[in-house]
Ligand binder design. Sequence first.
Ligand code: NAP
Length: 274
Amino acid sequence: MSKTILITGASSGIGKATAKKFQAKGWNVIATMRNPEKENELTSLENVFITKLDVQDLTSITSAIEEGIDKFGKIDVVLNNAGYGILGTFESVARENVSRQFDVNVLGLFDVTRAVLPHFRANKSGMFINISSVGGKTTFPMMQLYHATKFAVEGFSESLQYELEPIGAKIKIVEPGSIKTDFSGRSMDFQHNDELTEYNEFASGVMNIFEQLMSSEKRNSPNLVADVIYNAATDGTNTLRYVAGPDAEHLLKARKTMNDAEFLSMMKNNLNIK
Ligand code: NAP
């Protein structure tokens, strides 16, 4: 019998590439998104069930899971992928935007996980694959809130693996580097209040570097991440972390081998920050 994956944020980028990868490998795919009525690519694929799931809306989470199980009988893997990032000086970000950043990237992921756990417990099997980031271990300036959410995903996932073992389930973390998706456009929330003049020079320097990085042709394809996710789902190991992309490998290696002062100084030099 074919296996089934449920994906959050399957409308674009890594989520959509992963939906196509698993479908091509013969899996059933529950491709969830906030606005399924706008989807016109995955709709043509066999064994792909498209349904609404907004990670900020508990009712939509439970109904997407129920509909998916009704359709395919079982969920084997859940890809917690939905997410976005705030780029800005911390003082510029209103509390409600701080909340939304955590609601989507952290509490939303918790809610999907909690809603699927009874199914995994009943089946004595199942796997969560949580999309963290190279930014779940290292930091870029002006992304303090985004990093805080991804560091949270790392800690949550690593601790959860202990209690998943006795119920027969697994968890894996995927850490992509810079990937060519809508993340740096539509999914990036820019927030800097330039009345906070003391930050302006720093903020415009960081924004320039960010724009260069995000328009770089060196960014990897979301298909590379989809391949890593497929490998994580099927390699039969208990490996916890999977790094996706040579840039992420390079940066995470530097983070491991350098002390804080060395690493931060290397980052400032590379990013041309005084
Ligand atoms: P993307 O193409 O912009 O995809 C983001 C997805 O998240 C979209 O499908 C978006 O849906 C969805 N989403 C946002 N808020 C949501 C909500 N409340 N409920 C459900 N879905 C929601 O960017 P991406 O790069 O593929 O991002 C996917 C994941 O990869 C994110 O967790 C991101 O942090 C992580 N990541 C990305 C990079 C990168 O360089 N691109 C690197 C490391 C990690 P809508 O279409 O409805 O907006």
